[in-house]
Design a protein around this ligand. Structure first.
Ligand code: AR6
Length: 183
């Protein structure tokens, strides 16, 4: 399923983000940036040990921030590491911190002249953000960015499993009732 925003496309895919060949894939990391489980573990395994070596030089990252590294053995040339909010710890700030992850990741992509980027569903695994609440926040943050920046051409959400895909599909239909189309 995809939706157009000007000349850009937002697409929803069900699959494994480590297999994407976009300019960058985004990692749902923690503040140390030194690896973990979930999508973070999968990205480090697929990229190889040089990714952790570069991450050690970054000095961590604040919640809602984003930092870039090379992609090493991944098909993607770069990894943008962002740190989502822990849902129960963030309280009322959870939506703005989650939106910041998407916005800052896109800003980092633009600053590095990248045009395609793939996101996982940040914070909806170990960090406990309900999918139905996270999906509209994520899509709206990307939409707002694309409306005011013309450099990014393709934003993919690579959803791991049917539940995540369906939550984003429903949120996309709510945001773009006339423009979204299935394919
Ligand atoms: N491709 C795409 N999505 C995936 C993949 C994959 N290969 N593997 C898992 N997901 P999580 P968080 C989905 O827990 O909630 C780590 O230990 C998963 O189904 O990876 O932001 C970090 O180091 C879920 O929908 O990230 C942090 O400590 C989504 O990715 C902490 O977990 C996010 O789940 C971050 O927690």
């Amino acid at each position: 399923m995809e939706a157009r925003v000007g000349k850009a496309v937002i697409e929803l895919l069900q699959g494994d983000i480590t297999e994407q060949d976009t300019d960058a894939i985004v990692n749902a990391a923690n503040r140390t940036l030194l690896g973990g489980g979930g999508v973070d573990g999968a990205i480090h395994r697929a990229a190889g040990p040089q990714l952790l070596a570069e991450c050690r030089t970054l000095g961590g990252c604040e919640t809602g921030g984003a930092k870039i590294t090379r992609g090493y053995k991944l098909k993607a040339k770069h990894v943008i590491h962002t740190v989502g909010p822990i849902y129960h710890a963030a309280g009322k700030k959870a939506p703005e911190l989650l939106a910041s992850c998407y916005q800052r990741s896109l800003e980092v992509a633009s600053a590095n002249k990248l045009t395609s980027i793939a996101f996982p569903s940040i914070s909806t695994g170990a960090y406990g953000y309900p999918l139905e609440e996270a999906a509209p926040v994520a899509l709206k943050a990307v939409l707002d960015y694309l409306k005011s920046h013309s450099d990014i051409q393709r934003v993919s959400f690579v959803l791991f499993g049917k539940d995540a895909y369906q939550a984003y599909q429903e949120a996309l239909r709510d945001l773009w009732p006339s423009e979204s189309k299935s394919n």
